[in-house]
Design a protein around this ligand. Structure first.
Ligand code: NDP
Length: 237
C-alpha cells in the first residue's frame, strides 16, 4: 500500500473513531499526515506516536483556528474533514447554543477548510468530507438538527466540485451509516432501531470507512467528484 506516497494530507478531527482510522490508513499508504484534535490530547499523541503523523490542537468550532490550520499546512494534496459531533433528542428540548455549535463544527468548518485548502491545492488535489447516511434519509425522530448538518455537506460537496473541478481537484462526501465508535457504540441504545433499518445488521468498522476515503484520495479516483459515497449496511437500500 503506497498509493499516497509523497502526498501531503490534513485530517481535521483525527484523534478517535473514524478519523483515527483515516489517519492510520493514509499514513500506511505513504502520505505525510497532519491531523487535528480538540478534546482527546492523549489519544492524539498516542496515534501520532503509532503512525508518525503529526497531531495539532485545533477546535473545529472556531472558524479562524480551522482556517489558520489549513493555511499553515501549505499546499495540501489531500484534505479530509472528519471532525463532527452528533446531538440527538427532542428538538423542543435541545439547547440552542449547542445546536449552533454543532452547525459550526459539522458545516461551517468543512466549508471554510475546503475553500482555504483549495487556494493552494495543486492539480489532482482531493477534498473528502465525512457526511452521514442521514443526509439522505432520516429513519427515526430526534436527529433533525444533526441531519440538517449532513444534508448541508451534500450541497457544499456538489457546489465545490463544480467550482474546483476545472483545476483537477475532486470534492466528495463519504456517508457512513452506523459505525462502531464512541459516537455510536455497537452496544448502544440505538442498536435495535438501526438494525431494523439495515440489511447488513451490524455496525460498520472505522477501517471500512477509511478504505473508501483512501480510495477517493488515491490515483484511481481522479474522475470521481461531486458524489456521495454511502457505506451504510443497506440502511438506505
Ligand atoms: P467520535 O465521536 O468517535 O470521534 C469524533 C472525532 O471528531 C474525534 O476525533 C474528535 O476529536 C473530533 N472532533 C469532534 N469535535 C471536534 C472539534 N470541535 N474540533 C476538532 N475535532 C473534533 O465520532 P465518529 O468517529 O463516529 O464520527 C466521525 C465522523 O463520522 C463525524 O463527522 C460523524 O458525524 C460521522 N458519522 C459517524 C457515524 C457513526 O455511526 N459513528 C455515522 C455517520 C457519520 P477530539 O476527541 O479530540 O475532540
Amino acid at each position: 500500500m503506497a498509493g499516497l506516497k509523497g502526498k501531503r494530507a490534513l485530517v481535521l478531527g483525527g484523534s478517535r473513531g473514524i478519523g483515527a482510522a483515516i489517519v492510520r490508513r493514509l499514513a500506511a499508504e505513504g502520505a505525510e499526515v497532519v491531523f487535528t484534535y480538540a478534546g482527546s490530547r492523549e489519544a492524539a499523541e498516542r496515534l501520532a506516536g503509532e503512525t508518525g503523523a503529526r497531531a495539532e490542537l485545533t477546535d473545529s468550532a472556531d472558524r479562524e483556528a480551522v482556517v489558520a490550520r489549513v493555511r499553515e499546512s501549505g499546499a495540501l494534496d489531500v484534505l479530509v474533514v472528519n471532525a463532527g459531533v452528533a446531538m440527538m433528542g427532542d428538538p423542543l428540548e435541545l439547547d440552542a447554543d449547542e445546536v449552533d455549535r454543532m452547525i459550526r463544527i459539522n458545516v461551517h468548518a468543512p466549508y471554510h477548510a475546503a475553500v482555504e485548502a483549495a487556494r493552494r491545492m495543486p492539480e489532482g488535489g482531493r477534498i473528502v468530507v465525512i457526511g452521514s447516511n442521514v443526509g439522505n434519509h432520516v429513519g427515526f425522530p430526534g436527529i433533525a438538527a444533526y441531519a440538517l448538518t449532513k444534508s448541508a455537506v451534500q450541497g457544499m460537496v456538489r457546489g465545490l466540485a463544480r467550482d474546483f473541478g476545472p483545476r483537477g481537484i475532486t470534492v466528495n462526501a463519504v456517508q457512513p451509516g452506523p459505525v462502531d465508535t464512541d459516537m455510536n457504540p455497537a452496544d448502544g441504545p440505538l442498536k435495535d432501531t438501526l438494525y431494523g433499518l439495515m440489511s447488513i445488521k451490524r455496525h460498520g468498522r472505522p477501517d471500512e470507512i477509511a478504505g473508501m476515503v483512501a480510495w477517493l484520495a488515491g490515483p484511481e479516483a481522479g474522475f470521481v467528484t461531486g458524489a456521495m459515497h454511502t457505506i451504510d449496511g443497506g440502511y438506505g437500500a
